[in-house]
Design a protein around this ligand. Sequence first.
Ligand code: MLT
Length: 265
Amino acid sequence: MTFARINDIQVAYTDTGIGRPVVFIHGYPFNRTLWDEQVAVLSSSYRVIAPDLRGFGESDASDGPATMGQMAQDVALLLDHLGVARATIAGLSMGGYVALAFYKQLRSRVRALVLADTRAQADTEEAKQTREQQAEKALTEGMAGIADAMLPKLLTPETVSKRPEVVKRVRDMMLKTKPEGAAAALRGMAQRDDQTDLLPKISVPALIIVGADDAITPVADSEKMHHAIAGSHLVVLENAGHVSNIERTEQFNYALLDFLKESSS
Ligand code: MLT
């Protein structure tokens, strides 16, 4: 286990492989093991870094909302700690919100962006209220109810009925999440900026990947990002929902490797 002291907390992270650095930022309410299959495949050609965001996995939680900007700063300080000046930043869902915040704050440190199952828009007022209810629920009842309610939105009905090992993996990640970490991230996501205006300013190679059946950040959100980011690539994975890197690992990795090869040439 590797930890670094970042700001006010201990951050757990994976750092493996040799080559151009690629940073993987997980979504909510997961942890860095979300990326296990990507880490395994990429580490033969790249240096792969995957942190547990504050409040998730083995990283400490902190008081107050965990904003996307704060999480992006944690990632930047982790990269400082590891001596990495510039990296490809890949984020899934909330990880994508963090990746966009990272780009906004520190664009010179971004070689390329991978935005998976995510969106640029901020929350609606209704979504903000739901986040607050979910935060209270996590703190008072724990993660089991949240995991049960989220599962059918994270995976396709086919995966839910036919791939118990995938269901278990996703569910276990959610159950391991600390309620206070989940609540802080929910409140942080509710506060996040709308990054729509940032998209046309993105001048690094960008890959946008989304599950065709993503019920949380639908294909339309990815299409909007694709149209706004000049030269971006859009890959829609069939038979995949929100956690498309786990549901369609092979296709996800293929798209990722292809993009990384192209964007480093
Ligand atoms: C995620 O997967 O990170 C979250 O579902 C994103 C969100 O709730 O907006």
